[in-house]
Design a protein around this ligand. Structure first.
Ligand code: M6R
Length: 611
């Protein structure tokens, strides 16, 4: 969480920093600030969005060729002007921004308290900044050395950017556990939590690794480890265009991303799936095929929507590959003492590739000798880099906080994985394999068909927008989609929603059912259809309002449900990729009707880099 931007070079720093912050607002948006270094430090910061800061500093002196900026997702200290970054050291000479959490900040603060330091914020960042300054003064060393010494004492996660008024064109940066990208231009450098702030200036970037420190000047980039040894920066070429991170005529990124799915799923399948030839080309799987074929089990770790993708993958892999799959919340897995043995396969699923819980979970598993397979969207992200093998979802930048196109990309990759392993292992018949390949190939077109009926789901959503609660029910392959539907509605409309296996509903949640409760059934034609029809009857008998996502041609459910939404027919393994689309649209339209900022709903951040 939190977005950081930096620039040093011949251009004006402020416009680059402020534009970069707007692109990084998905990472947190409760306060904003910039520090500009010209003749002395100028710091402007404020509670609220980037645009609010921008309005309040019109007419101020913003001239500088070096600057840093921060958009915050609060951890230590409520969102407020005083807790906004950048923070200024006691001497007034250093300014720092930070993404992450300094876990031992209380101990460091105590040491500084004893030396008479006082603090003007409640943040761990201000503590670290003054700790660095204290070392600089006591050790009579330069800032770079002070940062190195300080970071050896720090536990937690961080990316920090520091300005020193005694060194007007230099930014000192360091990273552990939170992302940092440095863009290399001609006589200029850009820094960011991701590459979006620098896209129009350079395509050459360096991904900084954990425990590395960067000294960044207009015409110089020095990378070192915390032992003060130089590291040669590894320059990568970005495969991303500016248009991909713009709204392109849509009102919201979320809507744009929902509507992009026919092409993002197509991009994910392209070059991998050849239905006519009967092949799936996935080098990450092929390189590890013996491990997968002989795996005694696969453990999947993920959070949020990515966890729902993992749950669906469990059902599919167990069905097609006959390999036991365990699905773990990364945040639980990392703190308990899980049994992970050498050679175990851990599949880490993450859109951002930066989720702290998932990252640490796989680091622990890797230490135990597990093979890490990453299913990640953001190219070059931390999880992608730590993985032994993997497959990108190729959904392109997902800016809306709610995961939509990344989710269907994850499902496409996981289904291809399952099919490839099953084929290699001989656990799937040729006929079923061929059929599923064609079914998967047809998904982009079927998603397109669903999107053409978006207005129908909008009408249904508007009928229920004032509900205070909602239930989402599904069975089998549609159960993870029920969970995902409930999560989407919660985060985008603030309506309390629960996802349940439809049959489990009678073991408790049915007590909630009355004539006001909307119950969304994901009830496509599959092997559970008759059973879910009975569950719908159970809800109707208690006067609940039934909204059902059903398969075209279903003649049973329309007679029972209050509202239905049709999706094209598909094999039951593939159908969840379709049935999730109405769930996304439903939450979007309800959220909009309720006046929620759907791209940046309250309290959330796109990239959760704190635990
Ligand atoms: O980047 P990741 O996929 O690792 O993120 C995991 C969750 O934080 C994420 O899916 C979150 O639940 C989304 N806001 C859901 O829409």
């Amino acid at each position: 969480m939190c977005g950081i931007v930096g620039y040093t070079g011949p251009k004006e720093a402020y416009p680059i920093v402020i534009t970069g912050l707007k692109r990084l607002e998905y990472r947190g948006y409760d306060s904003t600030g910039v520090a500009l270094l010209n003749s002395g430090l100028k710091v402007y910061k404020k509670k609220g969005r980037v645009s609010e800061l921008e309005e309040t500093i019109v007419g101020k002196d913003l001239h500088a060729h070096t600057g840093i900026g921060h958009t915050r997702w609060a951890t230590h200290g409520e969102p407020s002007d005083r807790n906004a970054h950048p923070h200024i050291s006691v001497s007034g000479k250093l300014a720092m921004i930070h993404n992450g959490i300094i876990e031992n900040y209380a101990q460091l603060k105590k040491e500084l308290d004893n030396k008479g330091y006082t603090f003007s914020s409640d943040t761990d960042t201000e503590v670290l900044l003054n700790f660095i300054e204290d070392i600089k003064e006591n050790n009579q060393c330069d800032l770079e050395e002070a940062v190195r010494v300080a970071l050896k004492r720090v536990t937690g996660a961080y990316v920090i950017l520091l300005l020193d008024s005694d060194n007007p064109d230099t930014i000192i940066a360091a990273r552990k556990g939170s992302p940092l990208v440095i863009g290399v231009g001609k006589g200029e450098h850009f820094l960011g939590s991701d590459a979006s702030p620098m896209l129009e200036y350079t395509k050459e970037v360096v991904y900084v690794n954990d425990y590395e420190l960067a000294i960044v000047r207009p015409d110089e980039l020095i990378l070192k480890n915390l032992g003060n040894e130089k590291i040669t920066p590894f320059v990568t070429r970005l495969d991303m265009e500016l248009a991909e991170i713009e709204k392109g005529g849509y009102d919201h990124f979320m809507l744009k991303e929902i509507f992009e799915q026919p092409s993002t799923i197509h991009d994910c399948l392209r070059g991998r799936l050849d239905a006519n030839a009967g092949t799936i080309t996935m080098s990450g799987i092929q390189n590890n095929i013996e491990h997968f074929k002989n795996a005694r089990r696969i453990i999947m770790v993920a959070c949020g929507t990515s966890w729902h993708a993992a749950l669906l993958a469990e059902y599919i892999i167990e069905e097609l590959c006959r390999i036991p799959v365990e699905v773990e919340y990364a945040s639980e897995f990392r703190y308990r003492n899980p049994i992970v043995n050498k050679g175990d396969i851990i599949v880490a699923i993450s859109q951002s590739g930066e989720t702290a819980d998932t990252l640490v979970a796989i680091e622990r598993a890797k230490e135990n000798g597990a093979i890490i397979f990453g299913v990640v969207n953001v190219v070059g992200s931390s999880i992608a880099r730590i993985s032994d093998g993997g497959a990108y979802t190729h959904a392109g930048p997902e800016i809306g906080v709610a995961s939509t196109k990344a989710f269907t990309g994850q499902l496409a990759v996981l289904i291809m994985m399952a099919l490839k392993i099953a084929k290699e292992k001989g656990t799937i018949s040729d006929e079923r394999y061929t059929n599923l390949l064609h079914e998967l190939d047809a998904v982009p077109e079927k998603v397109n068909t669903i999107l053409k009926s978006a207005e129908d789901i909008k009408k249904i959503g508007l009928k229920y927008k004032d509900a205070s609660d909602a239930l989402f029910l599904g069975r089998g392959y549609n159960f993870p989609i029920a969970l995902e539907g409930a999560l989407k509605l919660k985060e985008i409309s603030y309506i309390h929603a629960e996802g349940y296996p439809a049959a489990e509903m009678k073991h408790g949640p049915i007590a909630l059912v009355d004539e006001k409760l909307p119950v969304v059934f994901i009830a496509t034609k599959d092997s559970y259809h008759e059973k879910i029809v009975s569950n719908i009857q159970e809800i109707k008998a208690r006067k609940g309002k039934v909204i059902a996502v059903i398969t075209e041609g279903d003649e049973v459910i329309p007679g029972m449900a209050d509202d239905v939404f049709y999706i094209p027919g598909a094999d039951e393994i593939i159908a969840p990729m379709l049935s999730t689309i109405p769930m996304q649209l439903l939450s979007y339209y309800v959220g909009i009707a309720k006046g929620v900022d759907v791209d940046k709903p309250r309290n959330l951040a796109k990239s959760v880099t704190v635990e």
